[in-house]
Design a protein around this ligand. Structure first.
Ligand SMILES: [Zn+2]
Length: 253
């Protein structure tokens, strides 16, 4: 029951995250004006703004003009609902979960803005670093020191990858935004999670990048946004990190 409530809350929050993803890079207000159809400017009625349900009822089209609604909107809502449900299933209705929900919202926003604009907004990641450290003070585990090491070592390591990657490929492999994102992951999840985040991010990111190049959907010169892959790595570390680490240690023995 609790998990269903969490999923419902996630759908509603996801609907707001769509607004943030769309408006933040344009420096528009997040509150006014009300959402409107990008094609005909008709304001979207409350009844047509129910997460996922309205998209299905309207068969993905604007009620006023019939212009297709991007499938991204229900995707972001559904993803946020799923993440909220998973977080509450893992950590219960606790203060710990509340901090993690904030963190997960940050990851969703950063990923989709990076996909659209190849930039990770510091206005999301930089406040996330002190917030993550404060959650360490309140929760105890992982310790604030663990989180601080995660933030600094993660950003430092990624800086080296950026520096040498930039030298090797003659272009910036990753941007400053990626460093801040990894620092935020460290502040929320501690240093072990940062290792998993960077590993998973690099593995999945390069696999997807190479596949796209092989399929000729991407040229070698083109930049792949790294934020979504780092965010995926952070989610893997959050939900399956402990299991991955004990599996790996068992593997070493
Ligand atoms: Zn319309």
């Amino acid at each position: 029951m609790l998990i269903l409530w969490a999923a419902g809350l996630g759908l509603v929050v996801g609907s707001f995250l769509n607004v943030v993803i769309y408006r933040l890079p344009k420096e528009e207000s997040l509150v006014v004006p009300r959402s409107h159809c990008p094609a005909c400017q008709a304001p979207i009625r409350v009844i047509d703004n129910i997460p996922i349900v309205s998209f299905l009822l309207l068969r993905g089209r604007c009620r006023a003009c019939g212009h297709p609604i991007a499938w991204r909107y229900p995707l972001v809502e559904g993803l946020t609902g799923l993440l909220f449900a998973m977080a509450v299933a893992h950590f219960g209705a606790t203060l710990h979960a509340a901090f993690l929900l904030t963190f997960l919202c940050g990851l969703v926003v950063v990923s989709f803005i990076d996909l659209d604009h190849q930039v990770i907004p510091n206005i999301i990641t930089l406040p996330g670093i002190p917030l993550g450290l404060v959650s360490g003070l309140l929760l105890g585990q992982p310790s604030v020191l663990d989180r601080l090491i995660g933030a600094l070592a993660g950003a430092g390591f990624l800086y080296l990858v950026l520096f040498y990657g930039g030298v090797l490929y003659g272009q910036e492999a990753m941007g400053e935004g990626d460093l801040n994102l990894v620092a935020m992951v460290g502040a929320f999840l501690g240093w072990k999670a940062v290792v998993i985040t960077i590993l998973v991010g690099c593995l999945v990111g390069s696999a997807v990048g190479l596949s796209l190049i092989a399929l000729r959907r991407l040229s070698r010169r083109q930049h792949i946004p790294f934020g979504p892959f780092l965010s995926l790595g952070a989610a893997v570390a959050l939900f399956w990190g402990d299991r991955l680490i004990s599996w790996y240690l068992g593997f070493l023995r």
